[in-house]
Design a protein. Structure first.
Length: 253
């Protein structure tokens, strides 16, 4: 699990993040929600060692600060919201996920190649492996980058707005892939603005506001305690018991 204790980030004299205690578990999809400026990106930067912080972040009992870069990459991997489209084939991109395990030659072993193939199958891009990234649709490209992340074998996947720019079919495919990764024991941490998507696919929701955690609950518990949600987003959420719907939660006034 990922544990955070007395986590503080300051820019100059301004405190932008304070988390007393927060735990993220394997085998769960946890989504961090909040308005712009709430601290979501700062928290992501802490978890990926992209910003200085005071306090403690433990990953499976080991201090994040003390983990060498290669070991950090094997524990937690980050997929940003926007990716460029380098002039390479899908197979080559996904192979980059194995780099934390390779020597200076960056030569893939038989096992590495098998892991790459399995990652492409898991994200349904195995039939696209010889295609170049700029030939793919946005949804296909997103799945290719997700395959690269899966190929790292990391225990925790941190994804920033993974559904952005995706059509409904691609969003549904993404939800299925993430649920499959959860069942495989991965810890999935999402940063997301889409409330219906966040509520529909998450085991836990973390609501941030002004750099602090206001609420950590399962979606159904959020439905029963919406005071913070309504104050921050000026809307509420409602659950609709209909398995035919893509989203089981909708926004209400």
């Amino acid at each position: 699990m990922i544990e955070m204790h007395d986590l503080v980030v300051k820019y100059g004299n301004r405190q932008v993040l304070y988390i007393k205690n927060l735990t993220l578990k394997k085998g769960e999809i946890v989504t961090i929600i909040g308005q712009n400026g709430a601290g979501k990106s700062t928290l992501q930067k802490c978890l990926t060692s992209l910003t200085e912080y005071k306090g403690v972040i433990l990953i499976d009992g080991k201090s994040l600060k003390e983990l060498p870069a290669r070991q950090r990459a094997q524990k937690i991997v980050y997929l940003p919201q926007a990716q460029s489209s380098p002039a390479m084939q899908v197979r080559t991109l996904v192979s980059h996920g194995r780099f934390p395990y390779l020597g200076y030659s960056h030569t893939l072993s038989v096992e590495d190649k098998q892991i790459v193939e399995e990652a492409m199958k898991a994200t349904h891009v195995d039939l696209l492996k010889d295609r170049f990234l700029d030939e793919l649709s946005l949804g296909e490209r997103q799945r290719a980058f997700l395959a690269m992340v899966i190929a790292t074998g990391s225990d925790y996947l941190l994804l920033d707005e993974p559904g952005t720019y995706l059509d409904l079919i691609s969003q549904h495919e993404l939800m299925q892939i993430l649920q499959s990764l959860k069942r495989a024991g991965k810890g999935i941490v999402l940063i997301n603005h889409d409330l219906p998507l966040s509520f529909s696919m998450s085991d836990q929701l973390i609501l941030l506001d002004q750099g602090q955690v206001l609420q950590v609950e399962a979606p159904d518990d959020f439905i029963n305690h919406q005071e913070h949600l309504r104050r921050i987003f000026h809307v509420g959420m409602k659950k609709i018991e209909d398995p035919s719907l893509l989203y089981q939660y909708v926004i209400i006034q």
